[in-house]
Write a protein of this length. Sequence first.
Length: 477
Amino acid sequence: MAAIRTLRKLCQHSQQQVCKLHTSASRQEAVVISGKKLARQIREEARADVEKWVLAGHRRPHLSVILVGDNPASHSYVLNKTRAAADVGISSETILKHSDISEEELLDLIDKLNTDHRVDGLLVQLPLPDHIDERTICNAVAPTKDVDGFHVVNVGRMCLDQSTMLPATPWGVWEIINRTGIPTLGKNVVVAGRSKNVGMPIAMLLHTDGRHERPGGDATVTISHRYTPKEQLRQHTKIADIIIAAAGIPNLITADMVKEGAAVIDVGINRVQDPVTGKGKLVGDVDFEDVKTKKKRRRSSSSSSTSSSSSSSSSSNEKTKRKKSKKSKAKKKKAKLKKQNKKEKKKKQKLKKKTKAAAAAAAAAAAAMAVLPSLPSPAAVKPPSYPELWQSDEVELGPVMTDEQKARLSTKRPLTKEEYEARQSVIRRVVDPETGRTRGEGEIIEEIVSREQHKDINKQATKGDGNTFQKKLGINR
């Protein structure tokens, strides 16, 4: 799967000029590192990984690509991806579908490929026709086969700093930074672009804590977008140590927006017309020539009395500076280790004190219990249950029901008005056997209901105990 994830970056950047510009202290000019060289290195590593996997007795990895419609750009992108897959030893297939395919048919096709055991990676080329929802299609791909890393599960795991499938372009930027040794710890980074597939993942990768499951860059990241004023963007880029252009705007980043020593990574793709030839060409978001020659102009404007001796002395100075920086880093590491050891010792001492105090308290409690052996423990004394309480002899129940009440309940009908008036003289103090509550004189035991309610009460009273039913209605309180 590592090989499949690697080819995503190779395919999407094969025609894209991804570059890093930084300054050399000895030459005072921009140094350009092409992404194509790094891509070749990664291809060689991926090819070796695939061959090891196959030699170990496993099946060769397989990639399935779904291409909908006849967009020329999409066809060229898919062709580059399948070529890159073949170059590293991954088998692939391209499934072509007409642009009038329904969303249901496309979802059925994705479901079949999700359950196909021979398919290790699945990719749906974007954009899709207007009548198909891209978010629904991306979430239909199984997260374990999601080569693009667009599934909501993979995006969520990325935001939680967990290992997952990452989108190709952000992963390519991360590889450029790591392989070229650009420092990110505590650095200021500006990401021009906030798309969910490029800008946002790049920012997430760079600002993440480096000690998490998926290590990050520990950088301070600022994200700009189409509504960020150009002057405000300039203020941020002038103090940025790393600038990543992914906004899709030609010549967005110019030389006057970049400070000395800053690293500039351009992942924008824009088709513009060449003013000389009149033909279309691909450019990035950075004014490449302007930013690249910025340091050279500053060098020519300075004094021209430099000689070969001064250049050799500057190179020696550079070596001494590097040695000093290494020594200072080693000292800082030692100081950090000492601080950590001191903190751990303090924590251990606190734990020892707490354990001693707890042991002393337990011993004191045991001694107190030994002094009073006759006292029963709280757990030994059990309160009587409710049935035991109201059925005991301590409670004087008295007459629970009269014979007339029992006869009336056996017939399951309410009192009439005449019966109610006749029974007022025999109201007495009794204990309710169900609730255990004592009724006294003057408390209403039954109430008269209207004739319209008689039928309904009689029907419902036959379902269970009539006394319980009357209590639910509030008739027998």
